[in-house]
Design a protein around this ligand. Structure first.
Ligand code: CP
Ligand code: NVA
Length: 302
């Protein structure tokens, strides 16, 4: 299936069929990989990865993913590129896209990945901006599908910060027929444009009460209170203790609810160790699925 979009910047570029296809193909790629079947679907293709910010999962899963598909990945820290000496993002993008087949970038400002995409003749993937994290949500939807065998009709509760991961999660849920309830402290709600657009597509509830959000939830998700792009660390104080995912909050969701966290986690803040290490947590499968979801995404984009 040829995607309608050239780039993946928010997740809103994909329609329901495309998300279902990418996540279903990811599950197949994972099964094949575990069975020792390797498919060089991106033989001789090259990926440039630009990092303005640190990363463990995104960097390693893209690099290993490209290797598993027969391609090659270069990891470029923005400090080492001429970007550090003032070359524009426009010129960097025009140059890099003459060398490689696909670009992934982790940037501070979402505007920067938009400029990269606009000036690149090859697909650009957002590997996390201050506003969105679409690759994470493809892996999350894949994980939910593996565990619950479906997406439509499920309810996901997002607890904590209405941040970049939350914004892409809202798009991912409404597009696949999942209900989403978001509970944040006042002033930490997700992007109002994302919420407005998504309410036209599916069910989105913005709350300030975590107990109400998790009621009847099949999936409970959270993320750090302090993202990489935040300047201050004391914002965590505005979330605690009410917005922590702990055993007492998990008990208020469905008995078979699963727990998701994109990682890295700040144990004792947004989630307790008892939950993240507990029987409902699927965070290691979720992290593993970044690899297969992104392989599937790159194949679809190329
Ligand atoms: N979840 C995620 O994107 O992790 P990294 O910051 O380690 O890439
Ligand atoms: N919200 C977090 C996600 C990290 C993967 C951040 O932006 O730092």
């Amino acid at each position: 299936m040829k995607l309608k979009t050239k780039d993946l910047l928010t997740l809103n570029e994909l329609d329901r069929k495309e998300i279902e296809k990418i996540t279903d193909d990811a599950i197949k790629l994972k099964k094949d990989f575990k069975a020792g079947i390797s498919k060089p679907l991106l033989k001789n293709k090259t990926l440039a990865m630009i990092f303005q910010k640190p990363s463990t999962r995104t960097r390693v899963s893209f690099e290993v993913g490209m290797f598993q598909l027969g391609g090659y990945a270069l990891s470029l820290s923005s400090d080492e590129l001429q970007l550090a000496r003032g070359e524009t993002i426009e010129d960097t993008s025009k140059t890099l896209s003459r060398y490689v087949d696909i670009i992934m970038a982790r940037v501070y400002s979402h505007k920067e990945v938009e400029i990269l995409a606009k000036n690149s003749i090859v697909p650009v993937i957002n590997g996390l901006s201050d506003s969105f994290h679409p690759c994470q949500i493809l892996a999350d939807l894949m994980t939910i599908k593996e565990k619950k065998k479906k997406l439509a009709g499920l309810k996901l509760a997002w607890i904590g910060d209405g941040n970049n991961v939350c914004n892409s999660m809202i798009y991912g849920c409404v597009k696949t027929g999942m209900d989403i309830a978001v509970a944040t402290p006042k002033g930490y709600e997700p992007d109002s444009k994302v919420v407005r657009e998504s309410k036209r597509v599916g069910y989105v509830e913005i709350l300030h009460d975590p107990a109400k959000a998790v009621r009847d939830a099949d999936v409970v998700a959270t993320d750090t209170f302090v993202s990489i792009h935040h300047q201050t660390t004391d914002r965590a104080l505005d979330f605690l203790p009410k917005f922590q995912v702990n055993p007492s909050l998990m008990k208020k969701a469905k008995h078979n609810a699963i727990f998701l966290h994109c990682l890295p986690a700040k144990r004792g803040q947004e989630v307790t160790s008892s939950v993240i290490d507990g029987s409902q947590s699927v965070v290691w499968d979720e992290a593993e699925n970044r690899l297969h979801a992104q392989k599937s995404l790159m194949v679809a984009l190329l």
